[in-house]
Design a protein around this ligand. Structure first.
Ligand SMILES: C[S@@+](CC[C@H](N)C(=O)[O-])C[C@H]1O[C@@H](n2cnc3c(N)ncnc32)[C@H](O)[C@@H]1O
Ligand SMILES: [Zn+2]
Length: 282
């Protein structure tokens, strides 16, 4: 049985040779790298939504430098602490990007001999292709957080690291007492990089902790300081939403600056699914 459900009829998908097939005969080919594309055409997104190939490659190079390892370590700690003792913990990473956090999470949980199942999805096909090509032990799909490709009440833990918050979908897929781990930029995240690009850089606003259907459990703030320069600094900038919004001359400023020291800061917000009478409450 696969992790995923059919985006057309919402029935379970099962592996049949090189495809995932539901009982109503809808079939989705497995790509050479092993992922499946479950994204349905939708007016809300373009034909090739999410991060581009260039952004995905920048993300991969930067993350593999180890400079965000402190964040991955914290995510591993939080997930392992929330894992259900005697049972298999089902984890779904929503907006998983090129799979760095999932790859390290698997290694960590394996080391602790925690029994788990992990899948990841992202709306960017380029990101999922990179993830599936590298992390063979994880099931990946192209899909949107607005239509999560897993059954209702099937996940113990949902993860969203710097990716969209869609509380109605998180509520649907989590089991009763399931947890959501939502990672957001801290107030001073990348301030040094922003100072290089902007005359008057803003701090990030502290995220609201209230979401419908969820009880806020706690906030784990992780802070560090890194130094980047040249193409590595450009890669870091290309991972951010500023890249979309800023003129190309910003990239020149970063290249010319030499060494840039910057604060880095993630807030991991942990939520527990609240008992609600029914999902229509949304
Ligand atoms: C800032 S990146 C974070 C990726 C990964 N979680 C990480 O931290 O390396 C945001 C990701 O969200 C994805 N994304 C954007 N909108 C999405 C949606 N509606 N559903 C799923 N993924 C989405 C993008 O393609 C991108 O890979
Ligand atoms: Zn179907």
């Amino acid at each position: 049985m696969s992790f995923f459900i059919c985006p057309k009829c919402k029935e379970q998908l099962n592996k049949n040779e090189n495809a995932l097939v539901c009982k109503n005969g809808h079939s989705f080919d497995l790509a050479r790298q092993g992922y499946v594309n479950l994204l349905m055409p939708n007016k809300r997104h373009s034909l090739s939504p999410g991060d581009s190939h260039e952004m995905v490659m920048s993300r991969r190079r930067f993350l593999e430098s180890g400079k965000y390892e402190i964040f991955s370590d914290k995510l591993n700690e939080i997930v392992s602490a929330l894992s259900v003792d005697s049972q298999k913990t089902t984890i779904v990473d929503c907006g998983c990007g090129e799979g760095y956090y999932d790859g390290r999470l698997c290694e960590y949980l394996d080391k602790l001999k925690i029994n788990y199942k992990l899948c990841g999805f992202d709306i960017s096909k380029k990101a999922v292709r990179a993830a599936a090509g590298k992390y063979k032990q994880i099931s990946f799909a192209v899909a949107s957080t607005f239509d999560i490709p897993v059954k209702e009440k099937s996940a113990d833990i949902a993860i969203a690291v710097f990716s969209p918050m869609v509380e109605k979908e998180f509520y649907r897929v989590l089991k009763p007492n399931g947890y959501l781990i939502y990672a957001v930029p801290g107030v001073r995240h990348l301030m040094g990089l922003k100072e290089t690009v902007y005359d008057e850089p803003y701090e990030n606003t502290e995220k609201d902790t209230e979401y419908k259907g969820f009880d806020f459990v706690n906030r784990h703030s992780v802070n560090g300081k890194i130094t980047v320069s040249g193409e590595e600094a450009v890669d870091l900038f290309k991972m951010t939403p500023y890249y979309y919004k800023t003129e190309l001359s910003a990239i020149d400023k970063i290249r010319l600056k030499g060494e840039i020291e910057t604060e880095i800061q993630f807030d991991f917000l942990v939520y527990k699914k609240e008992e609600m009478k029914n999902s229509e409450d949304f």
